[in-house]
Design a protein around this ligand. Structure first.
Ligand code: FES
Length: 510
């Protein structure tokens, strides 16, 4: 695993300007912990803090540093409406489920606001209006249904006359009491509260295995072996090939932070209804306002990330006069097969291993509520969301078509990548900063040429389940199209379910 970097990407998000949160020195690693949490993003840290507050002794193991994964690259929208819409939830689950999901958003925002007040966190939290707008007849029809279902689910929503951005619209609805914040300032506050209470955060500890015996788990990292009664995987997908490898599809979202020539920054949180959708908000970083616009999402390892950034920039410039683009970054999220996240015991038979995944593009809300759900479950407290988000739920009908589509994709990769043929490419053809999977002396290799002309060759076979990685030029990483495993140019795991680096190959000397 790559050491001492701030995010799992080479691109920088604006949240990184505050530096890495302090975690102190980890000691007493040999004791038996009540709960071992893997992953120091909003899910892991919220869970750890809630358990530590309840009197547990917890340790958070993080492969990189606090906020290394998606929390360091989120756009930090806090909503009571979600990527899976209320009409979808009503039809695939029930009206009651839609009400619970609506309550999830309200509860998560209340938890965040509660911690901000309790710890006097200066994290730029602001309540905002959220605008969802349509641009054609089909979208307007859908928007009307969303308005009705959202209101019925108990969300504050109404028709509106403006969408908060300069994009023309046909119809718009306004959601009240949405919010935004600085995710890394918030996370730093939670980390401080956790470590002040004796909680331990061990950074640069890449988990390679877990063994369980007599009700105890032993979590193996490249730094230490940690024993605990409960284990929480706050890592998107849990490691290994599990049901969740198939139930969640990895996506990347692209974001630009731009300074405008005028002061026409959006005042709310705004979303269109395109596929994939675009989203807008404003944030002030070190005294400078930025319009933050995101979108152009695609499945990890499938499309061209540089093209996604270019499309996003030209979309932005259609509507705004841009002074400069100071930030470009992308981040990963997982789309659940039936539309709702999986939060709770990983298997009904094993109540000591927990997961939280499939948050779609709503990670700050579902990450926060995961902390509440999982900590309640570990502490034996009944939680109203346990059943709805149970990882063991059976909802084959709800997401069946998408489920088949995602799996077909995985199956195709296995066959075509292993046995297909590609045009021969000589290593010498590579430009600096470019990577390609090439056929070389009869073997397929992932080769990369750095800025100085040094070539690195790796096995392109993902160490998770054997799919072939693709090069991501924008992030200078090898991305796996199957379950979102990502590796840096030296083959080190950046994120996702792989637990081993890509094999390094010595190129023959010519
Ligand atoms: Fe599963 Fe690569 S992440 S095969």
């Amino acid at each position: 695993m790559k050491k001492n970097v701030f995010r799992d990407s080479v691109t920088a998000s604006p949240w990184q300007t505050i530096g890495k949160p302090e975690v102190g020195t980890a000691t007493n690693l040999t004791e038996i912990f009540d709960t071992v949490i893997i992953g120091a993003g909003i899910t892991g840290i919220t869970t750890a803090l809630m358990l530590q507050q309840a009197g547990q002794k917890c340790i958070v193991l993080e492969a990189g540093n606090v906020g290394y994964g998606t929390t360091g690259g989120t756009t930090a929208h806090l909503n009571t409406f979600f990527d899976t819409t209320y009409p979808q939830i009503e039809s695939d689950f029930s009206k009651e489920a839609a009400k619970l999901v609506a309550q999830t958003g309200k509860d998560a925002i209340a938890i965040i606001k509660g911690y901000i007040d309790r710890y006097q966190a200066d994290c730029d939290f602001e309540y905002k209006d959220g605008y969802l707008y349509s641009e054609n007849e089909r979208e307007t029809k859908e928007l009307k249904e969303i308005l009705e279902s959202s209101a019925e689910a108990g969300v504050e929503v109404e028709e509106a006359s403006e969408n908060g951005v300069k994009v023309p619209f046909e119809s718009v609805i306004r959601f009240g009491n949405q919010a935004q914040f600085h995710p890394m300032k918030y996370l730093s506050t939670l980390v401080k509260a956790f470590t002040d209470m004796g909680g331990i955060v061990l950074e640069n500890a890449f988990v390679t295995d877990r063994k369980s015996k007599d009700g105890l788990s032993e979590v193996i990292t490249d730094k230490a072996q940690i024993k605990g009664r409960n284990v929480v995987y706050a890592t998107h997908l849990p490691p290994g090939i599990t049901a969740f490898s198939l139930r969640c599809a990895p996506y990347r979202s692209y974001v630009i932070g731009a300074r405008l020539k005028n002061e026409q920054y959006p005042h709310g949180l705004t979303y269109d209804m395109q596929e994939p959708y675009h989203y807008f908000r404003t944030h002030e970083i070190e005294g400078q306002k930025y319009l933050i616009v995101g979108g152009e999402d695609h499945k990890t390892g499938h499309d061209n990330p540089e093209e996604a950034f270019a499309n996003l920039e030209s979309y932005l410039r259609q509507y705004y006069e841009v002074e400069s683009i100071d930030y470009r970054w992308s981040s990963q999220y997982y789309v659940p097969v039936d539309g709702l996240p999986y939060i709770g015991p990983m298997a009904a038979a094993d109540e000591q291993v927990y997961i939280a995944t499939g948050f779609n593009g709503n990670g700050m809300i579902f990450g926060t509520i995961s902390g509440k759900i999982i900590s309640d479950q570990i502490l034996g407290i009944e939680n109203p969301y346990s059943q709805l988000y149970s990882p063991s739920r059976l909802k084959p009908i709800a997401g069946f078509s998408e489920f088949v589509k995602e799996n077909a994709d995985v199956a195709w990769r296995f066959v075509a990548d292993r046995f297909g043929t590609e045009e021969l490419k000589a290593v010498a053809d590579l430009k600096p900063g470019e990577g390609k999977v090439v056929e070389f002396d009869g073997d397929r290799l992932a080769v990369y040429k750095d800025a100085g002309g040094k070539v690195t060759a790796l096995s392109p076979v993902c160490t998770h389940a054997g799919c072939i990685v693709n090069f991501n030029a924008a992030e200078q990483s090898w991305d796996c199209p199957c379950h979102g495993g990502r590796f840096d140019t030296s083959g080190k795991v950046l994120c996702g379910p792989p637990q081993k680096d890509l094999e390094q190959i010595a190129l023959p000397q010519k």
